[in-house]
Ligand binder design. Structure first.
Ligand SMILES: NC(=O)c1ccc[n+]([C@@H]2O[C@H](COP(=O)([O-])OP(=O)(O)OC[C@H]3O[C@@H](n4cnc5c(N)ncnc54)[C@H](OP(=O)(O)O)[C@@H]3O)[C@@H](O)[C@H]2O)c1
Length: 402
């Protein structure tokens, strides 16, 4: 608990923490009560010094709720846009506090009360403006923070390839592993030429114990700074139509390989008191997914494993992150036997992960995916979520596999 509180409040001046706590109170307690429970007859909202009552106040409470929720997120994650949004919002409140008493009482009394009420918010506006660089912080390069070598599993295509390119772009040397040797050699050549880094190619089938052991043995002489457990595949269809052997391979690759490789490489990171483990999960791991039944279960495993390790390893100097992409344009859909559909670019997904590493236990790429995952799993009854998910999956699954 202490560790969590320390994490929550570190890196921010006390007064900003106080504003963040106030925003959290408004977003999670006061505004929901105001919107859903407070009688319309008692509703009052002040925007730009103008008082709204009744239904107009009820309606205007919704943007207020959005503002406070966005502010909690912006403070917590130090989003760059807060550097402008926070002073603008507090300036609006200062203006409102100045105007409100003048409209209420008029004359000199209103003016005096207006100035008294506006001063604290004007002060806050100045403080936020002066502290705007706090939100525009440059993230430390991963090589400086964690070390020289990264292992990327499934580096021959898609998200793994994008991870390898991004980390090599930061000057890290990369161990590239997957089954297709030719592709891995092409990637290694490209990364070496473009970034002047070293690479090591390890051809291994990570759905077997021998493959996991081969990767572990091939990196024994290196100080691995970042392990990206990315290799994985999906398998779309009704459970009784899926081949048991392929399902076994999927559980081995998606669950066992990340667990075993992490177990092998963590002690070195702990001894150096620096390092990072990324596990590529999926938004599919957020709820049971009919027609991607075993796949979504493997990704729930990845999510739980990674989020638990995030907390366990925090005090050991090792950062752990679960990346949860939604549909991404890679070879995944073809390998899973899905009907092709649009998705995000792997580069964007990887940028989201590398930005979130060290800040939070898991990250969902794309705000629409975030909304789907959180609104569905937290606000809608479980059985209903699963039925809706089945309809979505039906569109993506060939009829003979449904
Ligand atoms: N694309 C999406 O929509 C999406 C969404 C959510 C999560 N994800 C997750 O993202 C990760 C990467 O997938 P992707 O989208 O980049 O798909 P991808 O383009 O198909 O890449 C999968 C990678 O895994 C490797 N791989 C597959 N089977 C392997 C095995 N038995 N042993 C070793 N390597 C193996 C593949 O290389 P070889 O074939 O050369 O072995 C390839 O490099 C997966 O964990 C997936 O579950 C993807």
């Amino acid at each position: 608990m202490n560790e969590w509180l320390h994490d929550l409040f570190r890196d921010r001046p006390w007064w900003m923490n106080a504003v963040m706590v106030f925003c959290a109170w408004m977003a999670f307690v006061y505004m929901p009560w105001d919107i859903f429970w407070k009688p319309v007859s008692q509703d009052q909202e002040v925007w730009f010094g103008i008082i709204f009552t009744g239904w107009s106040a009820k309606l205007l409470a919704v943007p207020h709720w959005i503002v406070y929720s966005a502010a909690v997120y912006g403070f917590r994650r130090r989003r760059g846009w807060m550097g402008v949004a926070a002073p603008i919002y507090t300036a609006q409140v200062a203006f409102g506090m100045f105007l409100w008493p003048i409209l209420q009482y008029g004359s000199l009394l209103g003016l005096v009360l207006g100035v008294i009420a506006a001063v604290p918010f004007a002060g806050l506006t100045v403080a936020f403006w002066n502290a705007r660089d706090h939100f525009a912080h440059e993230r430390q390069a991963h090589r400086d923070k964690y070390g020289d070598w990264a292992v990327v599993t499934g580096a021959s295509s898609g998200i793994g390839l994008a991870f390898a390119r991004a980390l090599a772009g930061e000057g890290m040397s990369i161990v590239l592993t997957a089954r297709r040797e030719e592709k891995l050699r092409e990637v290694a050549d490209e990364l070496e030429k473009q970034n002047g880094i070293a690479t090591r190619v390890v051809v291994a089938d990570l759905s077997t114990q021998a493959g996991v052991d081969a990767v572990a043995a091939a990196v024994e002489d290196l100080e691995i700074a970042i392990l990206v457990n990315n290799a994985g595949f999906g398998y779309a269809g009704r459970f009784d139509k899926l081949e048991a052997e392929r399902l076994r391979e999927m559980v081995m690759l998606n669950c066992m390989a990340p667990m075993l490789l992490t177990h092998k490489l963590l002690p070195g990171m702990q001894a150096r008191r620096r390092g990072a483990v990324i596990i590529v999960g999926s938004v599919s791991g957020r709820q049971p997914l009919p027609l991607h039944n075993v796949y979504s279960a493997t990704k729930a495993f990845d999510l739980h494993l990674g989020e638990a390790l995030f907390v366990e390893m925090r005090s050991e100097g090792v950062d752990v992150l679960v990346l949860e992409p939604g549909s991404t344009e890679t070879e995944f859909q073809q390998a899973a036997g899905e009907i092709t559909h649009a998705g995000e670019s792997p580069d964007k997904v990887v940028a989201v992960a590398l930005d979130a590493l060290g800040q939070q236990p898991s990250v969902i790429s794309g705000w629409l995916n975030w909304l789907r995952a959180n609104v569905a799993s937290r606000l809608v009854p479980g059985p209903m979520v699963v039925h809706v998910a089945k309809h979505v999956m039906e569109v993506q699954t060939p009829s003979e596999m449904r």
